[in-house]
Design a protein around this ligand. Sequence first.
Ligand SMILES: O=C(O)c1ccccc1N[C@@H]1O[C@H](COP(=O)(O)O)[C@@H](O)[C@H]1O
Length: 217
Amino acid sequence: MTGVRMSRVRVKICGITREEDLDAAVNEGADAIGFVMWPNSARAIDVERLVTLSARVPPFVTRVGLFVDQDAELIARCAPWLDLLQFHGDEPPEACEGYGKAWIKAVRMRDDVDLAAIEQRYSAAQGLLLDAFRPGIPGGTGETFDWSRIPRTLAKPVILAGGLTPDNIAAAITAVHPWGVDVSGGVELERGIKDPVRLQAFIRNVSNRGVTGEPIQ
Ligand SMILES: O=C(O)c1ccccc1N[C@@H]1O[C@H](COP(=O)(O)O)[C@@H](O)[C@H]1O
């Protein structure tokens, strides 16, 4: 490919709990940093910690707050420290609005999922984040799903998630052509603690690929 620079795939590093992990992600070129505000997660942070970590994020890096069927009051308290809300539960569209923030809807890829219907229902979402389905667990499972189930016809930007790693991310981008990718467990040493080596490898393996999966010239 000559003369054409394909748009690059955006990358979000989720489940940041520590300053050093945040700095490593930003310095490697992450486009977005995810903060898990769902208290049942081993990667959860509280509002006080969100305020501290959020203040460390430089301009042009998106601060994303992850919520799972949580109280409007808690989301409203977090919203000033966030740029984008990620709804990872069974929230109806009405529960995602009213915070004055753009938002994305996470969809767990159950066998019977109808993405076209979901896209219509969540028409105000900025994008759809597609994650693996495991009963009883809202996300962050570290599991992949069959990427060929994602139709190419979706109008909204697709953010691919679920079990992504430095080793499978190139194949994932080639298969799905996503707008962005989101990773948590695949770049960790343990839950909530990122591995700088895996983090660097993941972001580098994303950054040199266009949305077609071809290396950017
Ligand atoms: O990270 C969590 O603990 C979490 C909890 C509840 C819902 C979602 C969660 N994480 C998100 O799940 C996907 C996939 O994560 P992984 O890469 O498979 O570990 C991603 O969007 C995380 O942000």
